[in-house]
Ligand binder design. Structure first.
Ligand code: ADP
Ligand code: MG
Length: 267
């Protein structure tokens, strides 16, 4: 078993603090849902875990089985078993998904891609209802939201990381795509012992991808954790209701606007 441990993580952009002390612990095989309103810092957490260079982790630690990830380049974090499915996957013109996973295996070391990689990619495509055409195009080139997220899931299934961070994998998906993607990931948690941090707004995803724990992020902090019932409770109270209940003032983390001397009437 592996454990991804996030301790008192603080992170900033251009000196402005977005994450203000995040603690989470995820074991392999577990699904943790992270819910929070727009602007609460969810994507920032995903990027900081993966080491995107415009975010500075200023305090705390992120470890996999005790090995510190902060300070490592993204590819080394991937080599240690962490995978990020981005909220807005980027288009890679001229690079097929086969090329992409081959490169990912090569970067990881351990002898590179498995010999039957092509077969694995095709099998996963069938399982995720991705038509062959998408296997020969550049990744995410003219893909719909649903096609992008199916393709992220294909990469996840073939690369078999230890931990997957899914940043709103449910956004822009119709019900069929949502079900296919969520079921495939749910199966990985039992077949491959995948640990999941599923970032989402809604409990819709969580009806298929059953969370063991639910965490609420408000103002760059996890303000409440609980079992699956917390997602339903939230659906009833809303984030504002929950914030009021907990006595939390800030729901979002907003960078103060630059002072604008002409902004106010009368000047
Ligand atoms: P969420 O994913 O919960 O909607 P984000 O993590 O994307 O929230 O954003 C949290 C806050 O941090 C927002 O106010 C956003 O504008 C700010 N922020 C996030 N990333 C950047 C960035 N790269 N540069 C400047 N501000 C950022
Ligand atoms: Mg986001």
């Amino acid at each position: 078993m592996s454990t991804l441990t996030i301790r008192d993580l603080h992170a900033s952009v251009d000196g402005f603090e977005i994450l203000r002390g995040v603690d989470l612990e995820i074991n392999s095989g577990e699904v943790h849902a992270l819910m929070g309103p727009n602007g609460s810092g969810k994507s920032t957490l995903a990027h900081v875990l993966m080491g995107r260079s415009d975010y500075q982790a200023t305090a705390g630690s992120v470890t996999v089985d005790g090995v510190e990830l902060l300070g490592l380049p993204t590819w080394q974090r991937a080599a240690r078993g962490v995978f990020l499915a981005m909220q807005y996957p980027v288009e890679v013109a001229g690079v097929t998904v086969g090329d992409l996973v081959t490169a990912a295996f090569a970067a990881r070391g351990n002898g590179g891609a498995p010999a039957d990689l092509d077969t694995q990619v095709r099998d996963e495509a069938r399982r995720l209802e991705i038509s062959d055409e998408f296997l020969t195009r550049g990744v995410n080139a003219e893909f719909s939201g649903g096609e992008q997220k199916r393709m992220e899931t294909l990469q996840l299934a073939v690369l078999k990381p230890t931990f997957a961070i899914l940043d709103e994998i449910d956004s822009g998906l119709d019900v069929d795509a949502l079900r296919d993607v969520a079921r495939r990931i749910e199966a990985m948690t039992s077949d491959d012992n995948l640990g999941v941090l599923a970032i989402t707004h809604y409990d819709r995803l969580l009806t298929e991808l059953k969370p063991d724990r639910v965490h609420i992020l408000l103002g760059g902090r996890v303000v409440k954790s609980g079992g699956p019932e917390l997602a339903q409770q939230l659906e009833a109270t809303g984030y504002e209701g929950l914030a009021a209940e907990l006595g939390v003032d800030e729901l979002t983390v907003e960078k103060p606007k630059e002072a604008d001397p002409f902004g106010e009437a009368g000047f």
